[in-house]
Design a protein around this ligand. Structure first.
Ligand SMILES: Cc1cc2nc3c(=O)[nH]c(=O)nc-3n(C[C@H](O)[C@H](O)[C@H](O)COP(=O)(O)OP(=O)(O)OC[C@H]3O[C@@H](n4cnc5c(N)ncnc54)[C@H](O)[C@@H]3O)c2cc1C
Length: 303
């Protein structure tokens, strides 16, 4: 145990946290070595305690949502991971306005509000991330994205407390938000504005998107969704499939036989397997089509 890990046992007493937690347990890829400290604050003041602790010990920290867009390297992450719990997993509806904690699962929220005949979040019913991760990535599907429905975001900054940002301050673009460059901001709460509609219609849309996804994506296998950003003028899946790479395997990492834009963990894949496979796909597609495939997933941690 390091010096600061011993101090964590004392200074973070009363808070939910663990040491050396395998990131494989916190990511949908089920890959990744241990993170030194995983803290699960339940309130803004607990979150501030964790941020103060990290500042006092000069520890790098990051927010871990549902880990559905992460590839963590095999030696894990030095520093702290913060997983929002407690009040951050609550949400409330007021008319057509929804306020959700950043730790709420986006798909659960999308389905629940659609059941009530509130339209706008149906596109997110199959996105396995949190509300915070959804804003961070400006997640989207089936022609919709977070930018269409978000109206404000509350974020906490070390030693500065909670601040609300209006939609036009969020820097939203294709899989882009200001939070990707301002990594000292923790998204804590998100306000959405939805449209009233017949619950029959919103429910039908959720069913349609759920069926479409299950038919096309390898949801039965661990993955981090689409590996690459969509390049101008192309769809990634067909591009990789046309190059004959569907099913191509390195170690435990495989180009999905169902959707070539996904890499799946067939069991025991290491981050090194996935990174080698990504590099191979990039090389083949560059040679064949002259296209640079840029990863959409976030790669973290030590080799
Ligand atoms: C099967 C599958 C299907 C998918 N389909 C889609 C899809 O259709 N569309 C799509 O856009 N994505 C899709 N994804 C990718 C992924 O679900 C999204 O990118 C999602 O928004 C990530 O959210 P998360 O909570 O899992 O974030 P994580 O993967 O945990 O983190 C991603 C980044 O967000 C940051 N972050 C998370 N929460 C916060 C916060 N509260 N404050 C500050 N930073 C934060 C993290 O630090 C990290 O840098 C899919 C993934 C899978 C596995």
């Amino acid at each position: 145990m390091t010096d600061w890990q011993e101090k964590a046992l004392r200074d973070l007493e009363g808070l939910s946290f663990s040491l050396n937690k395998p990131m494989a347990e916190l990511t949908t890829f089920k890959i990744g070595g241990p993170i030194d400290l995983l803290a699960e604050p339940a309130t803004v003041s607990e979150l501030e305690r964790v941020l103060d602790f990290c500042a006092a010990h000069k520890l790098p920290w990051m927010i871990i949502g549902a880990g559905s867009n992460l590839l963590v390297r095999d030696k894990g992450i030095r520093g702290a991971g913060i997983k929002l719990a407690g009040e951050f997993t609550e949400w409330a509806v007021n008319g057509t306005t929804v306020e959700a904690g950043a730790g709420v699962l986006l798909a659960d929220l999308a389905k629940a509000v659609s059941e009530r005949g509130l339209s706008g979040l149906e596109f997110a019913c199959g996105i396995p991330g949190t509300v915070g991760g959804g804003v961070y990535m400006n997640a989207g599907a089936y022609g919709g994205e977070i930018a269409d429905v978000v109206v404000k975001v509350q974020a906490v900054k070390e030693a500065r407390g909670a601040v609300w940002f209006a939609k036009d301050e969020l820097g939203l673009g294709y899989r882009l938000s200001r939070f990707q460059t301002e990594s000292d901001l923790v998204i804590t709460k998100v306000g959405f504005n939805l449209r009233p509609e017949s619950a029959e219609l919103t429910r039908a849309r959720v069913d349609e998107f759920t069926r479409a996804r299950a038919g096309k994506q390898p949801l039965e296998m661990p993955s981090a969704g689409s590996v690459f950003r969509r390049p101008e003028g192309y769809y990634v899946g067909p591009l990789i499939e046309a190059a004959g790479l569907k099913g191509f395997t390195i170690g435990g990492a495989q180009v999905s036989t169902k959707h070539a834009g996904f890499i799946v963990n067939t069991g025991g894949a290491t981050a090194r397997d996935v990174l080698s496979l990504i590099a191979h796909i990039q090389k083949v597609i560059k040679e064949r089509n002259g296209v640079d495939l840029i990863p959409e997933i976030k790669v973290l941690g030590e080799e």
